[in-house]
Ligand binder design. Structure first.
Ligand code: S3P
Length: 187
């Protein structure tokens, strides 16, 4: 069947996956979008916390990034079997070769793009511990992580710059772009 375009709510789109760096606005844009779509909005980190009973810093402290990544793999695969789902994906989860290229059919991936400076500014105002940025020079770390991750994020179906726009505006823009995006039917 040929790819089709049309409104997100028409059943053509089963899932929207938001990816991007820490502080990119995945939670705020995701919440604005969920308010408009009425879909389930799941934060992968929250899901990991709920399933393991441990916080993200605790998981990093005991098993490092490798332990966190394997939890993300399992939880992500499980969540992607659901429909009418808006998923806030972990920044690490999306930065895996082939991840965004191999999402299930009828799934739209969205990269919320942010500069390292703005990411750190937002992230520091949120009061959430981010083990990946707990280094002697967080800005340099953010720059380096972004440099490594951008090639993975950039294969998303949609790229949206989040600086200078509020979450509600971004959600409206995003829905408009997705409506015009040709998509393959669900697999
Ligand atoms: C991470 C992002 C965090 C959390 C963990 C690692 C990353 O989520 O999963 O601290 O390396 O991008 P947020 O993007 O919601 O802060």
């Amino acid at each position: 069947m040929n790819p089709t375009t049309g409104p997100v709510g028409s059943g053509r789109v089963a899932r929207i996956v938001l990816v991007g760096f820490m502080g990119a606005g995945k939670s705020s844009v995701g919440a604005a979008l969920a308010g408009r779509l009425g879909w389930d909005f799941v934060d992968m980190d929250e899901e990991i916390r709920a399933r393991t009973g441990r916080s993200i810093p605790e998981i990093f402290a005991s098993g490092g990034e490798a332990a966190f990544r394997s939890l993300e793999d399992a939880v992500g695969a499980d969540l992607l079997s659901r429909s009418h789902l808006e998923l806030e994906a972990g920044g690490v989860w999306a930065a895996v070769a082939g991840r965004l290229e191999n999402l299930p059919g009828a799934t739209v991936s969205v990269w919320l793009r942010v500069s390292p400076e703005e990411a750190l500014r937002r992230a520091s105002g949120q009061g959430i511990r981010r083990p990946m940025l707990e280094t002697p020079d967080p800005l340099e770390t953010a720059r380096e992580l972004l440099r490594l991750r951008e090639p993975f994020y950039s294969v998303a179906d949609v790229t949206l710059d989040t600086e200078g726009s509020d979450p509600q505006r971004l959600a409206v823009d995003l829905l408009r772009v997705i409506d015009g995006l040709p998509l393959s039917p669900p697999t």
